[in-house]
Write a protein that binds this ligand. Structure first.
Ligand SMILES: [Ca+2]
Length: 226
């Protein structure tokens, strides 16, 4: 049962991953390939499932989904969190400007992408896998920051650095490393509260780390007045 479930998860993950690559014709063809293989795996799982196992798996999946929703809601409504008001980027898909789909501006405001997939309501870079790209965001109120939350909505896991800027415009790296984010989730970068106030965050990605389009729906700056 566990083997079948993890197989199914693999196929679902693969489907999601490929859905993040749908802008390319060749990758679009690839996206349709896993389906026939996925079906027998699903059929095998449901052929003769012990009722208890099936119930346990369903309960556990529902609880995980509920936990995810609670966490999303908590972050969205965090009174110490701010959403960006303006943003610029190293590049954007289709050279998107203004509020066009995939423009840097699509990473401002509260999260508005509902599914882990390629979505114009998130920012993404001009090319999928070239390497270093960045998103630079400004916030309404300068705060002593203690956390940055990056909502990744496609090709998650490619962030390599988060910086905040002091009032003189100097960048301070507050997080650097291997981004563990999977699916539609936040990379949570926590750090000791900054001595200076900041209203600007820069998120750097290495887009070659995770194949396909790496998309960012929203970035929240968390901090306090003092
Ligand atoms: Ca968005």
């Amino acid at each position: 049962m566990k083997i079948h479930l993890s197989l199914l998860c693999c196929f679902l993950s693969l489907a999601f991953l490929l859905s993040c690559s749908k802008k390319s014709g060749t990758q679009e063809e690839a996206a349709s390939k896993p389906a026939p293989t996925a079906a027998p795996a699903a059929a095998a799982t449901s052929a003769n499932p012990p009722a208890a196992d099936a119930n346990a798996a369903e309960t556990s999946a529902k609880m995980a989904a509920a936990d995810w929703a609670m966490k999303q809601d908590e972050i969205k409504n965090d009174p110490n969190g701010q959403w960006a008001i303006t943003a610029t980027a190293s590049s954007s898909y289709n050279d998107a400007q203004g509020t066009a789909d995939w423009s840097a501006n699509q990473a401002t405001g509260a999260p508005n992408v509902d599914k882990y997939a390629d979505d114009g309501k998130a920012w993404t870079s001009k090319t999928a896998d070239s390497g270093i790209e960045w998103l630079d965001l400004k916030y309404p109120k300068p705060v002593h920051a203690s956390e940055v939350r990056v909502r990744e909505s496609c090709g998650s896991g490619a962030v390599v650095k988060v910086e905040v800027f002091d009032e003189q415009g100097t960048a301070h790296a507050v997080w650097q490393g291997n981004d563990p984010t999977k699916d539609l989730n936040y990379l949570i970068a926590t750090f000791p509260k900054t001595t200076f106030k900041t209203a600007r965050v820069k998120v750097t990605l290495a887009t070659n780390v995770v194949p396909g389009w790496n998309e960012i729906d929203a970035v929240q700056l968390v901090g306090a007045d003092q």
